[in-house]
Design a protein around this ligand. Structure first.
Ligand SMILES: C[S@@+](CC[C@H](N)C(=O)[O-])C[C@H]1O[C@@H](n2cnc3c(N)ncnc32)[C@H](O)[C@@H]1O
Length: 447
């Protein structure tokens, strides 16, 4: 019976082919999509079966009949969310007995035993059904009207605290000048941040940003999965391109021929543009984390090249505490917030060789480091290292060997800690240090 229905659906999809709405774009080649391409998936629509494509078309027909643009867009958002749960790459999460959405691992996984949802669900059952995505959308909107935080109280019970008189909303304006006249104004621009002519020079106090983390997540590749559908449904210049534009994307993605140097250059251009927009005493603030030393090095180079230096930093819990990347591997569960200032004003130079500074830092540690705190210690150490290294004068240059040597000292320190009894440890206070004179940024075989 089911097989007969599936055959009927497949025939219907073949017959109605041209009238049906689904993306016809080829899958973009990249480090993440390589898996799909190797298994001969060539088009984005091939990630869905005929039953899903037909079900989507019933939904799309209904959505397109909604007269008010705002509501139509809301339902398009819901539809877009449901795509990641209704495709033939969704794995089953055995411990939680439910389906996982496609991007659980922030990658494009190849799932050989996928689970198929009923697209709009059966009652309220099913993870990521259209009906449940709609409920999630409503909850998100309610949250915007009445935002709250949750925390565990003394007895372990979860407490909810509503942020009084706060709401997440903005009045969109169409020029920078309008911003100052508009309460809760927001000027929304969509595109690369290396060129922002609509923002005047020396006009902003803070640039707060969240750049891509080197090679960690291949944003454009992943977002194409949604973009190709949205470009079928939304008549707007932002969806006019065939796929997400990648030229301006600051990322290390070998599959897209984007290397470390490209990443650093784009990042530097974005930071330079931030410097142009910032007032002289303004701050550039962003988060970063990575396990690779080269990633931090590239960030340091971008900071210095764009005319900034790190003046402060602090670690924060990263957004995805239960991210499978983090739970099972040696990656960081915290991000480092870096606060940068323009190099324009005179600042103090550094005075110690790195070995000496690191020795002092280690001496400062009161006792052993419990394993749970290694990440935090690493971030404090990295923060100090970046602050120190970016405080060079214009006639000095820092090289990768120096940077890697400092990190080797740190690794050796961690390796030699006596962990036989857990003790609270103090974060070292690292003195400023003089950088080795060297004018090459060679890769000397360090990670
Ligand atoms: C770490 S994510 C930021 C995520 C964001 N904070 C959020 O919660 O959705 C980095 C973002 O930077 C974007 N990006 C990459 N290169 C860019 C560029 N040159 N200009 C502006 N944005 C860029 C990526 O597309 C990605 O969306």
């Amino acid at each position: 019976m089911d097989r007969a229905r599936i055959t009927h659906i497949e025939e219907t999809v073949t017959e109605r082919g041209e009238q049906l709405i689904f993306p016809k774009q080829r899958i973009l080649e990249g480090a993440s999509s390589a898996r799909w391409l190797r298994h001969n998936y060539q088009y984005y629509y091939e990630i869905f079966n005929a039953r899903q494509l037909l079900a989507f078309n019933f939904l799309i027909e209904a959505i397109q009949e909604i007269p008010e643009e705002e509501y139509q867009n809301a339902f398009i958002t819901v539809f877009s969310n449901s795509l990641e749960y209704n495709n033939m790459m969704t794995p089953y999460n055995y411990p939680h007995r439910k389906l996982h959405h496609l991007f659980n691992y922030h990658a494009m996984p190849l799932t050989t035993t996928p689970v198929e949802n009923a697209v709009w669900g059966v009652g309220s059952k099913g993870a990521g059904t259209f009906t449940n995505c709609y409920r999630r959308y409503v909850r998100a909107k309610q949250y915007c009207r009445k935002p709250f935080d949750k925390y565990k109280g003394l007895g372990g019970a979860v407490q909810t605290v509503v942020t009084k008189q706060e709401r997440i909303s903005a009045n969109l304006v169409s020029s920078f000048e309008e911003l100052s006249e508009t309460p809760r104004g927001a000027f929304l621009l969509c595109g690369g941040s290396a060129h922002l002519p609509s923002i005047p020079e020396h006009s902003v106090d803070f640039v707060i940003t969240d750049p891509p983390y080197f090679d960690s997540i291949h944003y454009s590749e992943l977002s194409n999965f949604f973009y190709v559908w949205l470009s079928c449904l939304i008549d707007h210049q932002y969806f006019a391109a065939k796929r997400v534009p990648t030229e301006q994307e600051a990322i290390v993605n070998k599959g897209m021929d984007k290397g470390e140097e490209d990443y650093q250059e784009l990042l530097s251009s974005v930071f330079k543009e931030s410097g142009r927009a910032l007032k002289n005493d303004g701050k550039l603030i962003f988060t970063f984390h990575h396990t690779k030393w080269r990633a931090w090095w590239t960030m340091l180079t971008a900071i210095i090249e764009s005319g900034f230096r790190v003046v402060d930093f602090f670690p924060v819990m990263s957004e995805y505490k239960v991210n499978p990347h983090i739970r099972n591997k040696q990656s960081l569960d915290m991000d480092l917030v870096l606060v940068c200032q323009k190099r324009g004003k005179p600042f103090e130079s550094l005075s110690l060789p790195p070995e000496e500074v690191l020795k002092r830092a280690f001496d400062d540690l009161s006792s052993t480091v419990s394993e749970n705190n290694d990440n935090k210690l690493f971030l404090y150490f990295m923060g100090e290292l970046l602050r120190t290294a970016s405080s060079i004068q214009d006639n000095e240059k820092v090289n990768y060997s120096w940077f890697a040597e400092a990190l080797t000292h740190f690794d050796a320190f961690l390796a030699n800690i006596d962990r036989s009894f857990p003790t609270r440890y103090e974060i070292p206070h690292i003195q400023q240090l003089r950088l080795l004179d060297a004018d090459t940024l060679e890769n000397s075989g360090y990670p």
